[in-house]
Ligand binder design. Structure first.
Ligand SMILES: [Zn+2]
Length: 421
């Protein structure tokens, strides 16, 4: 490429005002009284949002494909029609009391990249595709990230299509109903590189004054169910030393779990979110207690250490308090390392744009976490005010909004030139 072309490319920026306007327009679909958005997966409102995206993408010269999970791919052709696409995108569905940016920011940020390339008349070697992944939130249909999961081969297609909502409607039926039951096979074709632009949904970037999070990994998760068994006993007549109090055992475990999360700072997370003491009567010593434990960390080795310490401590506490104990691991989700080449492309783009940035680990699950199994993948975070997300008050600034899209633009530009990831 000629030198002046390279200079022109380096100077390229998205149109932040146009992106902001598109976000505002999209936020009207499913707008709530409190300023948020309720656009549940595969509802009429989701259809409206999808239709608007498809119309905008067609206006920007993209061709549209829809696969059997209803994932929408808007493609901007590249110089080499046989080259694998550079993908970007996120989801358009929301939580019931969702915000205006979770998901859709990554979709419309991708569309803005296409529009900016069109404005500048830039042709990339690889085609560029902007994706809407179906049902990321898992709110109407569980599990979350089902359609990117099918795309990545985590779930079979039949499983994806047969998930039901509370009324018994399947994803397959809901897709047909809103006109997004596509014909294309789900996944199975090469992707050159993939990026997902998303709000952080936490407060780390804002607190440290960074505009861009270079996401290096997604947290792994382990979930446990634990039961302690003692003896129900009279609260007045049973002396303290004769009690076998299951709730006290659980309390010791709760403080241990919390300390374990702190021990593995800054990435460690350890939570007891649910507890059920029996018989739950104010004058009976609780003879049985059920509780859950959830660990998150980006390193599987650390998760294995947390697992071992949890089991040791449980055995110790149970023995000391003369309690029976049972522990079952019910979920084991391996950490997701993102591709070094994509991480580097994001970091380089942020540096070149002069944007304060820091490496960060994603605490939440994202479509990109599944995509990373089948394509070199990276993520870009921008802050959100007070870390608020899955909340109608979710907010970002126009500056952050524009900055994130510019990083996406330049990371994708770097990946879409031949020979580059
Ligand atoms: Zn999201």
């Amino acid at each position: 490429m000629a030198e002046q072309d390279l200079a022109a490319i380096a100077a390229l920026r998205v149109n932040g005002a146009r992106l902001w306007d598109s976000l505002e327009r999209m936020a009207q679909i499913g707008a709530t009284a409190k300023g948020g958005v309720c656009r549940l997966a595969l509802t009429e409102l989701d259809r409206e949002g999808r239709d608007l995206f498809v119309q905008w993408a067609r206006d920007a010269g993209c061709t549209i494909r829809v696969d059997r999970m209803g994932n929408i791919f808007a493609r901007r052709a590249g110089r080499n029609p046989d080259a694998a696409p550079v993908l970007t995108g996120s989801h358009a569905d929301t939580q019931p009391t969702g915000g205006r940016y979770d998901g859709i920011y990554g979709v419309l940020g991708g569309l803005e990249v296409v529009r900016a390339l069109n404005d500048a008349g830039i042709e990339t070697d690889h085609p560029i595709e902007v994706v809407i992944w179906t049902n990321e939130e898992g709110s109407r249909f569980a599990p979350a990230m089902i359609a990117s999961g099918v795309y990545a081969g985590v779930y079979p297609l039949d499983y994806g299509l047969s998930r039901t909502d509370a009324s018994g409607t399947t994803i397959g039926e809901a897709l047909a109903h809103i006109g997004y039951a596509g014909e294309e096979p789900v996944g199975g074709t090469p992707v050159h590189a993939a990026y997902e632009l998303h709000i952080e949904q936490g407060a780390i970037l804002e607190r440290s004054g960074k505009t861009i999070g270079v996401v290096t990994a997604g947290q792994g998760q382990r979930w446990y169910e634990i039961e302690l068994e003692g003896v129900d006993a009279h609260a007045g007549t049973t002396p303290m030393e004769l009690r076998r109090d299951a709730l006290v055992g659980a309390a010791r475990m709760i403080t241990f779990v919390e300390a374990l999360g702190r021990r593995y700072a800054p990435y460690g997370r350890a939570t007891v979110g649910m507890i059920d003491a029996k018989p739950n009567s104010r004058n009976t010593v609780p003879g049985r207690c059920f509780f859950t434990v959830e660990f998150r960390h980006p390193d599987s080795e650390v998760l294995a250490q947390m697992d071992a310490q949890l089991r040791d401590e449980l055995a110790r506490v149970a023995e000391a308090a003369q309690l029976g104990h049972k522990i079952e691991q019910i979920f084991n989700y391996a950490p997701v390392p993102f591709a070094p080449a994509c991480i580097e492309a994001v970091r380089r783009a942020a540096d070149a744009l002069g944007l304060p940035n820091a490496d960060i680990v994603s605490g939440a699950g994202h479509d990109a976490c599944y995509l990373a199994r089948v394509a070199p993948t990276g993520m870009i975070f921008i802050p959100c005010i007070d870390g608020l997300s899955h909340n109608e008050g979710e907010a970002i600034t126009p500056e952050w909004c524009e900055a994130g899209a510019n990083v996406l633009l330049h990371a994708m530009l770097a990946s879409s030139q031949s020979g580059q990831r």
